[in-house]
Design a binder for this molecule. Sequence first.
Ligand SMILES: [Zn+2]
Ligand SMILES: [Zn+2]
Length: 308
Amino acid sequence: MTSESPTSDGGLVLRFWGVRGSTPVSGSSYAEFGGSTPCLEVRCGERMFLIDAGSGLYNCGQHHRDALPKQVDLLFSHLHLDHTSGLPFFKPAIFDAERTLNTYCGNLDGASAEEALGRLFAPPLFPVTLDVLPCTMRHHGFRAGEPLTFPDGTRVDTILLNHPQGSVGYRFEHGGKRLCVISDIEHTDPWPDPALLDFVRDADLMVYDGMFTDCEYPTCRGWGHSTWQKGVELAKAAGVKALAIIHLHPCHSDTLLHSVEADMQAEMPSAFIARERQSVLVGAPVEAPAGAPRPSEAIEPLALARIA
Ligand SMILES: [Zn+2]
Ligand SMILES: [Zn+2]
């Protein structure tokens, strides 16, 4: 943790570039919460980290363009398609010979993402292989649970999460504030898991995989995802101050998510469902989105098709 105050260097800031789980969606039903798959930008002062390379990474690249750092650090939660499919379209980084893209992967017993990404981004699945791109790519493997220490001394803590093939949760501390990103995860029984409880304790903001509601979960058990209710339970037990739900189900429209958010805020007023492009100063009150419609009638959860 550094000693700067949040006001001296911009603080600890999180921006959501993609919050949809499993597959991108589009259309007017998704205009507010967004349709891009997971990609988060974390700023510790000027220092940038990216978490996951879902389809939201495209908009992140287009937004920053030349302002991207020369060294881009991309931390993977895991390598499922919804967390990797944006990588070949991260043009400002990968088409620039002056840039280095460092990937970090912690759910493969210490192996890096290199082999898996190489298989994915090769003909006939994709016309361009990653090794012919102009940028320098360095792929780092670690074991979830080990802290990551970067050349500038920045430290990020990690934890293994319950998900098919595993997934990695991350904890950032900066300017006296703490941010935990816990996705993808399926909650366990009993809950909360003691190690996870310790990991997220006293976080100013926890980002959590709330793909389902409790009502939907029984038919989705074992798919690797959790519910907002389990997120609230974990947050309250661990003294977490604010909660952001991501990995939104592709069937969940803006209207449904407003209803879900209202239910959640009745239990934890500082909890919210993340919106694509939303930016949050960790530790500051999260402002309610302007003009958000409140549904006038209860909405039935949609029947869910199985999505890996
Ligand atoms: Zn996912
Ligand atoms: Zn996954």
